[in-house]
Design a protein around this ligand. Structure first.
Ligand SMILES: C[S@@+](CC[C@H](N)C(=O)[O-])C[C@H]1O[C@@H](n2cnc3c(N)ncnc32)[C@H](O)[C@@H]1O
Length: 324
């Protein structure tokens, strides 16, 4: 299995240096971020990934750093159930490098890629939830349309949903190529992106509950990281980035409206402050080397207070009930 090339890693290290103490790497993948944290001063890395296949990359880091790295096969949305994390009050940093890895995209049997034919699966871990095929074959037309529109930001969502429902009446849609063909008949070709990109993203987000998991992880991270500690997030599409940006605004006392999801965080007593005013994007040399870096954005926050009034109940994002 070829290892994933980490995105924005140098920028991340630069922004969070000096690196000390214990870090939680919520998205271990091929271990690029975990290794770099240890190389640059972290005394311990607690690494999480919901995909058990990522464990193959653990061995070489353990050979070098022994038990300074620990691995947990779980979702980062459930960090609060991990005693090794919750029992500590000295977490210096938490990093999330979101989305799929190239191990997911390169392996047709995982069903993530419209470029390689495989079963429509798209589950990142061995979670019980629905597969992509179950969503495509069982969700109502209205749900499919909402899902493709909100999670894929695809303007032709209604037409695609309608065509999926027409096609599945004839025959179940079970492979990535079958789904991609249906979409390509509706969405015009574009020299930059395959017509299926947005719909595949939408279904993947639904299969893996990605937006909810991200919002849960951010709320936990803000409570858990020590004062002076760091939260860093690398996002790969605008829905993720908006969640992180809104969260950062709220916790730094800059959110404009207050509602039940956004308790008052005074700008005089912010809980977090942004380290970089604008998100970091990949430089040209990284873009040349690594296509995945195209849409990546890095936001870093420092925790500056433990003010109890900061507690955030929820983060708003579009949620589509699958109804299956
Ligand atoms: C972009 S890759 C991370 C790459 C990694 N930073 C590296 O340097 O190799 C994202 C990883 O996060 C994992 N992941 C995504 N959502 C997750 C979640 N909710 N909980 C735990 N792991 C998750 C995926 O399985 C994938 O391995």
């Amino acid at each position: 299995m070829e290892a994933h090339e980490p995105v924005l890693l140098k920028d991340f290290i630069k922004l969070v240096t000096p690196i000390t103490g214990c870090w939680v790497d919520c998205t271990f993948g091929a271990g690029g971020y975990s290794r770099a944290l240890l190389q640059n001063g972290a005394s311990q890395v607690l690494a999480i990934d919901k995909d058990s296949e990522t464990k193959v990359f653990l061995k070489s880091i353990q050979n070098e750093y022994g038990n300074l790295i620990k691995f947990y096969n779980q979702s980062f949305a459930d960090m609060e159930t991990n005693d090794d994390i919750t029992n500590r009050d000295d977490i210096d940093g938490i990093v999330l490098d979101l989305g799929v890895s190239s191990m997911h995209l390169d392996n047709p049997s995982r069903g993530f890629s419209f470029r390689k034919n495989g079963p429509l699966d798209m589950r990142m871990g061995n979670q019980p939830g629905p597969t992509a095929s179950e969503i495509v074959n069982l969700c109502s037309e209205a749900t499919l349309a909402d899902l493709i529109f909100f999670y894929g930001q695809e303007r032709k969502a209604r037409k695609i949903a309608n065509r999926i429902v027409e096609e599945r009446k004839k025959k179940e849609i079970n492979t990535t190529f079958e789904l991609a063909e249906i979409i390509r008949a509706i969405v015009p070709k574009n020299f930059k992106k395959d017509p299926s990109t947005r719909t595949f993203q939408a279904i993947r987000i639904a299969v893996n509950n990605e937006l909810k998991d991200l919002s849960k992880a951010l709320i936990f991270a803000e409570k858990k990281v020590r004062r002076g500690g760091t939260i860093a997030v690398i996002t790969f599409h605008s829905l993720e980035d908006k969640i992180v940006k809104d969260f950062g605004k709220t916790m730094s006392g800059k959110a404009s409206s207050i509602n039940r999801y956004r308790p008052l965080v005074s700008k005089n007593y912010p809980s977090l402050i942004p380290v970089n005013k604008k998100p970091v994007v990949a430089a040209i040399d990284e873009l040349d080397r690594n296509k995945r870096a195209r849409s990546a954005k890095l936001r870093v926050y420092k925790k500056v207070s433990d003010n109890p009034s900061r507690i955030l109940a929820n983060i708003e994002f579009p949620e589509v009930e699958l109804g299956i």
